[in-house]
Design a protein. Structure first.
Lengths: 176, 362
């Protein structure tokens, strides 16, 4: 059954529409004055003001590799992140650590570690899956480049973004 | 041939049209964007130059450098004519606007015609041809609808626009816009008649039909210039962009600028008829008569007063645009034909009766 919507009967001054028009003009004028006087916080002036100080702790920016307190690369080239990565942005070439190395007992390390930032969807699954806590999503969000090749982060660049992280798992330490 | 007259006219045309109206058009676009942004709690263009003041130049450069694309299905001749036909009448109408009293013994009006308002309406109604031609020549459905809508809208509102100023002309007793302003400088502005020799109560009574005229005039000007709340011809929710859907680059810019130029001329006419043109309030610095010699700095102050008032009305236009929603088409027609037309006719009769009662002499 159709519902009949009751329209309110307008008074004669309401039918003139002029009071409503003036009311509307008043509202827009109030907004105008408030904005011009700077009473309203509008938007962030992006390139000058940046998000950096306002990002939440859990922000998911560019993924990066980290080293531990002894500058050893945490990544053991298990390739779990490569397998979990939904858009297949990660490419790892593992290599064996030579026996005369200080960290020979770790056995594997990445020879090349590339993340294609055009593909990356910042989902954070690589961080979640990493058993060594070697890959983290940092707060870098404006990843730009002028070519496709430039947008592929190699190992060097990934460590540059990631830096050093201390106080995490210590299973490869001498103490253990 | 009077070469001095020609030279002076040329200087006035260049000074008014190219050095004043054109920059005003550019900067009213800027003002439109900044004011609308402020009304909607945004920032608006603020990057190019200080506070975005160079934005119009950047926009103009962009329009000139863009590809001037002509679709293959249009009627080329009319398609090319239409933008010019919108822009030219808008600029032509400013010929009769008195934008100042006198400067160095010269009347500050390009053509001192004795049929000022009639000339404005005659030329301004030509700008509908630009829109109709654009709609028809584009050979596509949305521009066509825009053109058709524009025709009926302009015809409807032109009648009430013309009728709304008849009461004013009855009071002024002249069609020369310069003399109309001179009258208001001495006797009080049409909407603010609180100085002059006439007793105040008589003027207060006369101001009532003047205010009705003003409401009808302003609303009709909105409809004539296709501004919101009457921008049905280019209503983007229904018609993509209306009559200029198929236009790009500088041709689109001409439509755009023509609309703003029409808005400025409309404001100028409203100022001249209702707010005393170039005259200052309370009869300050008012010349004795239209031909009286005045110091040159009075002339500059009068010009400043005129353009100040015009800018205020333009800001009012912008303010209205960002406050009110668009009318439905049947409402627009109803408003024009059922209300404004009748009210304007009654207003003419009312003013005539009041004039017979209050000023039996004229």
């Amino acid at each position: 059954m159709a519902i009949v919507v009751k329209r309110p009967k307008l008074k004669w001054w309401e039918q003139l529409y002029l009071p409503a028009i003036f009311k509307g003009l008043g509202i827009t004028l109030r907004h105008f004055i408030a904005t011009v006087r700077g009473k309203k916080k509008v938007t962030m002036q992006y390139p000058e003001e940046k998000w950096n100080d306002h990002l939440p702790e859990h922000y998911r920016g560019a993924p990066a590799l980290v080293t531990d307190e002894q500058d050893r690369e945490r990544c053991v080239a298990c390739q779990l992140c490569e397998f979990i990565c939904p858009p297949r942005a990660i490419t790892i070439k593992p290599e064996e650590i030579p026996s005369d190395d200080q960290w020979a007992k770790v056995e594997k390390r990445p020879k090349a570690f590339e993340i294609d930032m055009i593909r990356c969807i910042y989902c954070g699954l690589c961080e979640e899956v990493c058993p060594e806590q070697a890959i983290f999503l940092r707060k870098d969000y404006s990843i730009t480049g002028t070519s496709r090749a430039e947008m592929v982060h190699d190992k060097e660049r990934l460590y540059e973004i990631g830096g050093k992280r201390v106080g995490l798992v210590n299973k490869w330490n001498e103490l253990k | 041939m009077d070469w001095t007259f020609l030279a002076i006219s040329a200087v006035k045309i260049i000074g008014l049209v190219f050095l004043t109206i054109m920059p005003m058009v550019a900067y009213s676009v800027w003002a439109e964007r900044r004011v609308s942004a402020a009304i909607q709690d945004r920032v608006g263009p603020n990057r190019v130059g200080i506070a975005g003041l160079l934005q119009p130049i950047a926009d103009g450069l962009k329009f000139i450098l863009k590809e001037d694309f002509t679709p293959s299905h249009v009627r080329k001749t009319y398609y090319w004519m239409a933008p010019a036909l919108t822009m030219v009448p808008s600029l032509l109408t400013c010929a009769v606007l008195p934008f100042g009293s006198k400067l160095f013994g010269e009347k500050m009006v390009i053509a001192d015609l004795d049929v000022g308002p009639l000339f404005v309406f005659a030329i301004a109604s030509l700008s509908v041809y630009g829109i109709v031609l654009a709609g028809w020549a584009s050979n596509s459905k949305y521009p066509f609808f825009g053109g058709v809508r524009s025709t009926s809208q302009m015809i409807s509102y032109e009648i009430s626009l013309g009728l709304s100023i008849v009461p004013l002309l009855m009071i002024f007793g002249t069609l020369n816009l310069g003399e109309i302003v001179q009258y208001q400088a001495v006797e009080g502005w049409t909407l603010l008649p609180i100085w002059g020799e006439e007793p105040l109560w008589k003027k207060a009574i006369i101001a009532v039909p003047m205010f009705i005229s003003f409401v009808i005039f302003m609303t009709s000007i909105f409809a004539e210039t296709n501004r919101l709340p009457f921008d049905l011809p280019e209503c983007e929710t229904e018609l993509v962009a209306g009559y200029h859907t198929e236009y790009s680059s500088m041709k689109f810019a001409l439509f755009f600028l023509g609309e703003y130029a029409a808005m400025i001329i409309g404001s100028g006419l409203a100022v001249t008829l209702f707010f005393g043109g170039w005259s200052l309030p309370f009869g300050w610095l008012a010349p004795e008569s239209i031909d009286a010699e005045i110091p040159w700095w009075h002339g500059f102050i009068h010009m400043g007063a005129f353009f100040g008032k015009v800018i205020a009305i333009i800001l009012f236009f912008i303010w209205i645009r960002w406050s009110l929603p668009r009318f439905r088409y049947d409402q627009l027609m109803r408003l024009g034909w059922v209300f404004f037309f009748e009210i304007a006719v009654i207003n003419v009769i009312l003013t005539a009766v009041l004039l017979i009662w209050l000023k039996p002499g004229i």
